[in-house]
Design a protein around this ligand. Structure first.
Ligand code: UDX
Length: 437
């Protein structure tokens, strides 16, 4: 098994985490059409912030991990070819499979006259039916047959940004969907050779694996919208705190304590896009997804809860200096995709506020969005001086450690804490926790 050759096509969070991890065990080639990314990776550098990745990446490169921007015959003749390209949604909320289709077309072109039968593995999140009805017909164009000339598997990923290496090294489960046992077994044995600990490997067909991924993300998004609804109710009930409610309901094993942290709404590259794509898909197959629509709408509206908390405490917002603390969609990442902070900054600008922002990692990314419309401050201490309100949006450790004496340098020490990470007991500071009545 150790001599197996692996190609990973698409070097985003999923692909690069896999390349960095599997590259420590096997001969791996990472492929991405973006030449600039390839040049950066060849130097052993990451092009986004992800804890622990650099360590594994450097070790994998020493072990022979290489990168290229071309899908060649050599790439396709690998034993395992993982497809980890992005699957965004288009302006109508429908999944955009163009990356999947173009990679499949390149693989098909290079798959004729191969000595081996590669396993083509779709790791990207794809709408149910994609493997069998979109990818398979493309791969079979040159008179090749699935299960004879190549295998086609669906192997969704559940990793979280900020914990991408952890989740790649210790996945809670590995789902493998395929059309026959022999092809599934090949990938199962690769994983058995990779992991020292016994893994929870679930074997199923391609379409069930595709549904599992959407169901997983949609359920987690539902939990967040649910607890955000409870937070909005608690907000109106003096004496209540959503965290206490979450803690106790989480003790019921049927509910579970994770993913019950109320906040400004979920963001990131997965939940908003996947819930939307599933809504669109359900409608197209004749089912009206009322629950998913509600999950999405609650999430879209949650930024208004944050705005209302600011308004209730500041009355007139025009000309006020507002500090937005935390711009990435969650802590330990510099990713601002679908971040609620971006929506909040937009709303504050519309109200005529003087917006100052801070984030431990995402400042470069946010500058590309707002350019000279807001003020960027690297020092947490400096940003607070003479400000009228500070809004904690992302639960970075730095914000948990904010000192009361620094808050007292504000013109109006009003703290809107959307994640309830501060515990302030000082009558000179107005502390407003989202979900605290
Ligand atoms: C998610 C899934 O967790 C992962 O399994 C999938 O592969 C990709 O999508 P990720 O987007 O990296 O991962 O972040 P996650 O930790 O799930 O958080 C998503 C969003 O939900 C963040 O904005 C986060 O702040 C928010 N969130 C999460 C809450 O508001 N409350 C919670 O209790 C949990």
């Amino acid at each position: 098994m150790i001599n197996k050759k692996i190609a990973i096509i698409g070097l985003g969070y999923v692909g690069l985490s896999m390349a960095a991890f599997l590259g420590n065990h096997f001969k791996v080639v990472g492929v991405d059409s973006n030449k600039e990314k390839i040049r950066t990776l060849e130097k052993g550098r990451q092009y986004f912030y992800e804890p622990k990745m650099s360590y594994y990446l450097k070790r994998a490169i020493k072990n022979g991990l290489t990168f290229t921007d071309q899908i060649t015959k050599e790439i396709v003749s690998s034993d395992f070819v993982f497809i980890t390209v992005g699957t965004p949604i288009d302006k109508y909320g429908k999944i955009d499979l163009s990356n999947i289709k173009s990679v499949s077309t390149s693989i098909a072109k290079n798959m004729t006259n191969l000595k081996n039968n590669p396993s083509i593995i779709i790791k990207s999140t794809v709408i149910p039916g994609t493997a069998m009805h979109v990818v398979k017909p493309i791969l079979e164009k040159n008179d090749l047959k699935e299960s004879v000339d190549f295998d086609l598997l669906t192997n969704p990923e559940f990793l979280r940004e900020g914990l991408a290496m952890h989740d790649t090294i210790s996945p809670h489960s590995i789902v493998i969907g395929g059309s026959n046992n022999a092809s599934i077994k090949k990938l199962t044995s690769l994983y058995k050779a990779t992991y020292t600990k016994k893994q929870n490997i679930i074997e199923t067909n391609n379409i069930t694996a595709e549904v599992i991924k959407y169901a997983n993300n949609a359920f987690l998004a539902t939990k967040i919208s649910f607890i955000n609804s409870i937070a909005n109710i608690c907000q109106k009930l003096p004496g209540t705190n959503v965290d206490k409610v979450a803690e106790i309901i989480g003790m019921d094993p049927r509910i579970g304590k994770q993913f019950l942290k109320a906040g400004p709404g979920y963001g990131g590259s997965c939940f908003p896009k996947d819930v939307q794509a599933l809504i669109n898909f359900a409608n197209n197959i004749g089912y009206e997804p009322i629950l998913l629509d509600a999950v999405k709408n609650i999430n879209t509206l949650q930024v208004n809860t944050v705005m209302n908390l600011i308004k209730q405490n500041l009355k007139n917002l025009k000309g006020k200096k507002i500090c937005v603390l935390g711009l990435s969609f969650k802590e330990n990442t510099d990713d601002i995709r679908e971040s609620v902070s971006v929506k909040l900054v937009d709303l504050l600008l519309k109200q005529g506020c003087n917006v100052f922002v801070h984030d431990p990692k995402a400042m470069d990314n946010i500058q590309l969005v707002f350019k000279d419309r807001i003020t960027y401050t690297d020092s947490l201490k400096d940003i607070l001086v003479d400000s009228d309100c500070a809004v904690i949006m992302t639960p970075w450790q730095d914000y948990k450690n904010i000192k009361e004496k620094d808050l007292l340098t504000m013109r109006n020490p009003i703290i809107v804490d959307t994640r309830r990470i501060l515990h302030i007991d000082n009558e000179k500071i107005s502390y407003v926790g989202l979900g605290i009545g």
